[in-house]
Write a protein that binds this ligand. Structure first.
Ligand code: NIG
Ligand code: FE
Length: 401
């Protein structure tokens, strides 16, 4: 197996508080197999290729752990309605919101959806994202959920983690939420499993969407089938989604705007990651989650865009980090950790990703910029090179200087 040597780099420490110069590492089959001082590379290692990183900073590349990237249509008109005072829930009740994106997505072929989605994936790649979570959830029937998951499977670039979000909203064909969840368990989840299209399920637990008791039955059935669990929890109200996430040891509870002191303590004791989505909170004009309380109590937090056509039509990681700093008072090292190791834990991929250590994937960013230059200017990522499994990604989109 051929070895690549990366040398002359300033390796950022695991707390993102500083860096050490003249470091080097060896990559073999995509994994870091040796790491240390560039003056002490063991003689027995015989790398075929060498990369001089010119004293650049090197740190783990970003993991974007919550997106709804596959969709057709636009909800720009709905955004104006919301700004004129109509609420997200009112729009949903009138058949707009998620269900209008479902209509547009059902009417679009897999081929067109793939083309639309690949461009969006490239936008993430250009910002240094090496691992990208994408949810289904705008198909809401067997045929269309499978179509969307197959689109996700065919995307190129980053490592893609797909999540089945059939339980995003109740489609009009079903009378009750319970009936629809039953259909997902008996008819859709087994096909998702058999075709190996996803091994994670998500659900939107909220008033007027899915209630706690029906969700619990659904998630327990999904767990029995071997799916890991993540939950859209406590976004618009104290919906009990966070309680359920903690009870079921979910990988993550996402949004978590409405939390009490007991929730905070419980997150601190659990491995369930609190995924914070401040760009969605900006668009929804709601409160930001209590990042400081969660972090100070010892909980693991992650940050993500929540990119979707309704509550968060932006893919801008810089904006997310900026809001975390400005509005949630997270320190810059905390933002980096949330977008790397925190996000890896939220996706259940910490064994391979989120930190640069021997045995883990060589997914990293090399840059002549400083850490301070990141999450500073909305809409802009400092010039950098992204490496995935030790291969340089020549992004089709040029990141701005
Ligand atoms: O994470 N809250 C539920 N799902 C998305 C919104 C999806 C949509 O509005 O289309 C979210 O905010
Ligand atoms: Fe979401």
């Amino acid at each position: 197996m051929s070895q690549k040597l990366f040398r002359n780099l300033r390796l950022v420490n695991s707390e993102f508080t500083g860096s050490e110069a003249k470091r080097a590492f060896i990559v073999e089959a995509g994994l870091i197999t040796w790491m240390g001082s560039q003056n002490q590379i063991p003689k027995k290692l015989k790398p075929k290729k060498e990369f001089d990183l010119k004293n650049n900073l090197v740190f783990p590349s970003f993991i974007e752990c919550h997106t709804h990237t596959v969709f057709a249509g636009s909800r720009a008109q709905e955004f104006e309605m919301r700004n004129q005072g109509v609420s997200y829930l009112e729009i949903a009740e009138r058949g707009g919101g998620i269900l209008s994106t479902v209509q547009a997505t059902r009417a679009t072929s897999a081929k067109s959806l793939t083309a639309l989605t690949q461009k969006r994936v490239n936008n993430f790649l250009a910002q240094g994202v090496s691992t990208l979570e994408i949810k289904s959830g705008y198909g809401l029937d067997l045929k269309n959920e499978i179509k969307v998951l197959q689109v996700i499977k065919n995307l190129k670039g980053p490592r893609i983690i797909s999540t089945f979000l059939g339980a995003h909203a109740k489609p009009a064909e079903f009378k009750t939420h319970e009936d629809y969840l039953q259909y997902l368990v008996t008819t859709v989840l087994p096909v998702v499993k058999k075709k190996k299209l996803s091994d994670r399920v998500d659900i939107f637990i909220e008033n007027k969407f899915f209630e706690k008791s029906a969700s619990q039955k659904y998630l327990e059935a999904a767990k029995k089938l071997g799916f890991a669990v993540t939950i859209h929890a406590n976004q618009l109200s104290f919906s009990e989604g966070a309680d359920l996430a903690l009870e079921l040891s979910a990988h993550s509870a996402d949004h978590v705007i409405h939390l009490n002191e007991n929730h905070i303590k419980a997150f601190a004791k659990s491995k369930t990651v609190a995924v914070l989505l401040p760009a969605a909170d900006l668009y929804m004009r709601c409160a930001y989650p209590s990042a400081r309380k969660l972090i100070d109590a010892g909980a693991t937090v992650a940050l993500a865009t929540d990119f979707n056509p309704g509550s968060c039509p932006t893919q801008d990681l810089a904006l997310v980090g900026l809001l975390a700093r400005l509005e949630m008072k997270m320190s810059l090292p905390e933002v980096f950790k949330a977008y790397t190791s925190g996000a890896a834990q939220a996706l259940g991929v910490s064994d391979a990703e989120g930190q640069l250590l021997v045995g883990k994937s060589a997914n990293f960013i090399s840059t002549a910029a400083e850490l301070n230059d990141f999450f500073y200017s909305a809409g802009s990522t400092p010039k950098h090179q992204l490496f995935i499994r030790g291969n340089e990604i020549k992004s089709t989109i040029i990141a701005r200087d």
